[in-house]
Design a binder for this molecule. Structure first.
Ligand SMILES: Cc1ncc(C[n+]2csc(CCOP(=O)(O)OP(=O)(O)O)c2C)c(N)n1
Length: 645
């Protein structure tokens, strides 16, 4: 069967194993061709090609439900659910999304992007089914990395307690998260993977049997049979933990053997009650480079399919914010043994892999466990350590209660570095770092800041670490501004003090973080029309530099705020509230992300769609303040006083 003709997954029904294997080859070919051209997740999808085909041969996707955890591994699913022809547009503006979306296909039963949600969602569907007295299958497919997330464990706790709710969890165990998985559960899965399917003698049980007084040396003949029966008693079945929690455990099985999986899934569907099928797969299967470097090929930018090497960037770029952060933290950890870097399974993304290599004893990876990461840091701070929690803006959403309840309320000195804050591009709405300004603004006792460039990032990190209270800074995705960097000896900033970058009497532009360089460009464009701006780098969202902003706002009378975040409750809202609280009434414009989702596209395309390029912002400012036809504006106001920082 030609993959291009496969528009409904039920067309897989009745295909022989050999035919399914042929479809698997075609899926890999198309998957590799598209990801190597436009970038995207590579290893996760290649690893589940056979799993997807085998599972779908046992399901009727017109009525059965499948929830893929994260959704980054679901490209094979997309290719057999009607998106083959559009697949070239993967992750591009208006193209096929990199994750699953209920609005994209009726076969995407649940949208995701964040990890560990699948078991809860599929269980919810199963309970709704039972409530309505209907009969269809509900399946969650979850990776071994995502299984360690708190939500997945909460859902297992719930599902295992519902013996009469038929429900299937497929554990896609490739012994990998983005980086190698960490933790006790991961070690447990690893032992299961390398055990014969039926009997499993755990090391601890072996150890305890050996240590019994009569078990150590040569046994007297009459005790030998007793030892045998004790062993049988003591030896738990593979998957005992899941069995103890109320699941029927089946596995481990080979996740690249289609016929074995079809047989197993059919058996699992007949069990009734919660079932977990443990499938062992190889991340990157079928593409040797991806199999050999599973961390590097988790997700890729465009690359040469023959060599596996990334295509060189057209112009050399300055180091990324994440890298500068990672390098700076290494230095700070070397200088102070009480500083620790904490990641929740995102070592490479956050730059903490540099710390892992350089100072491993001050590096902690907790796995996909953002909530735990935050409260762990709170506990460490209680005992005098200086934890730095590096989490993407979007993933810290999951730990909001911990941020408030464990850190904010107790005023503990924990530093948060929110990476990928702002528009992230091809990952789309689930990954945009657009809410952190709003959600951190409200948390008690927090100091919140954002650097205008990577050099200021270094100073802010030191500022946070020296501050006796919770502090957060946000950095954008991608390259810095290319400014010179200091190797060490960074000066902390004065908390709550903003910086004037340029002076003019027609307009006050107050920008936050990554929007500072575009603010300067916008001011330059306005200047060409004779509109003179005072540009402020706000530096701090909380506390806001009212002492600087208020008098300037009063005198200039027209103000624009710029932020790369949602406008609802954002930076501009903070400035306006503070003006309003002080009875300062002036003309204002807030530029940022309006109350809407930012779909996948390149960051530049998204900014353009939102009217946030310097040219567009200059135009919007002119329109707002009635300067459309202004060739030249003669200012007769006095110049604002500059402020030393
Ligand atoms: C809450 C949350 N934290 C972090 C991530 C980033 N992330 C995406 S995929 C992934 C690894 C998932 O590992 P696993 O479930 O084993 O799937 P695999 O990639 O190995 O197929 C991580 C950490 C995320 N999507 N959601």
């Amino acid at each position: 069967m030609r993959l291009s003709e496969l528009t409904h997954p039920n067309q897989l029904h009745g295909l022989s194993t050999a035919e399914l294997e042929d479809v698997a080859c075609q899926i890999r070919e198309r998957h590799l061709q598209v990801v190597s051209t436009s970038g995207g997740h590579l290893g996760p999808g290649l690893g589940v090609v056979e799993l997807t085909l085998a599972l779908y041969q046992t399901l009727d996707l017109d009525c059965d439900r499948v929830v893929w955890d994260v959704g980054h591994q679901a490209y094979p699913h997309k290719l057999i659910t009607g998106r083959f022809n559009d697949f070239d547009s993967l992750r591009q503006q208006k193209g096929v999304s990199g994750y699953l979306k209920r609005t994209e296909s009726r076969f995407d039963h649940f949208g995701a992007g964040h990890a560990s949600t699948s078991i809860s969602a599929a269980l919810g569907m199963a309970m709704a089914r039972d409530c309505r007295g209907e009969d269809f299958k509900c399946v969650a497919v979850i990776g071994d990395g995502a299984l360690t997330g708190g939500m997945a464990l909460e859902a297992i706790n719930h599902a295992g307690h519902l013996p009469n709710t038929p429900f299937l969890v497929v554990l896609n165990d490739n012994d990998m998260s983005i980086s190698p998985p960490v933790g006790a559960l991961s070690t447990y899965l690893n032992r299961m993977r390398h055990s014969p399917p039926l009997q499993f003698i755990s090391d601890s049980v072996q150890e305890s049997v050996k240590n019994l007084p009569f078990m150590g040396g040569e046994l007297p003949e009459e005790l030998k049979s007793l030892k045998g029966s004790m062993r049988r008693l003591a030896v738990p079945k593979v998957g005992a933990v899941f069995e103890e929690l109320g699941f029927t455990y089946i596995g481990p099985i080979d996740g690249h053997d289609i016929s074995q999986m079809v047989r197993t899934f059919n058996t699992a569907h007949r069990v009734g009650g919660p079932v977990l099928v443990h499938v062992v797969t190889t991340k990157g299967k079928g593409y040797p480079y991806a199999e050999a470097d599973q961390v590097g090929y988790h997700a890729q930018s465009a690359f040469d399919l023959r060599t596996g090497k990334a295509l060189p960037a057209k112009t050399p770029k300055p180091p990324s914010y994440s890298k500068v952060f990672g390098q700076t933290l290494v230095k700070l950890c070397e200088q102070d043994r009480s500083v620790y870097g904490i990641t929740a399974a995102m070592a490479t993304g956050t730059g903490l892999d540099l710390l892992q290599k350089a100072v491993p004893e001050q590096y902690i990876d907790v796995g996909i466990a953002e909530q735990h990461a935050v409260t762990l840091a709170a506990g460490m701070a209680c005992e005098g350590l200086k934890p730095v929690v590096a989490i993407y803006s979007t993933f810290l959403q999951r730990a909001y209660d911990q941020v408030i309840h464990d850190v904010g309320i107790q005023k503990l000195p924990v530093t948060f570095v929110l990476d990928r804050a702002g528009i992230v591009g091809a990952d789309g709405p689930t990954h945009q770092g657009q809410y952190d300004i709003s959600y951190l603004r409200a948390v008690p006792n927090f100091t919140v800041m954002a650097p205008k460039d990577e050099s200021e990032l270094q100073r802010m990190l030191v500022t946070c670490l020296q501050h006796d209270g919770p502090a957060a800074l946000r950095i954008p995705r991608g390259s810095g501004e290319g400014v010179p960097l200091m190797e060490e000896g960074w000066e902390p900033l004065k908390i709550g003090r903003a910086e004037i970058l340029s002076e003019g009497n027609d307009l006050l532009i107050v920008a936050y973080g990554a929007m500072v360089p575009p603010a300067t460009k916008t001011a330059n464009i306005l200047n060409e029309s004779g509109i003179k701006s005072t540009v402020i780098n706000a530096r701090f969202l909380r506390p806001l530099d009212q002492a600087l902003i208020h008098p300037l706002a009063r005198r200039i009378g027209k103000m624009v705020t710029l932020e790369e975040g949602t406008l609802s409750g954002g930076f501009g809202a903070a400035v306006l509230e503070s003006l309003s609280d002080h009875e300062i009434q002036i003309q204002t414009l807030r530029l940022g992300i309006p109350d809407q989702l930012v779909e996948h596209a390149s960051p530049d395309q998204s900014k353009e769609a939102l009217g946030l390029t310097p040219e567009q912002m200059a135009e919007r400012i002119k329109q707002k303040f009635g300067w459309n036809n202004t060739k030249s504006i003669v200012s007769n106001k006095t110049s604002p006083q500059s402020v030393k920082n």
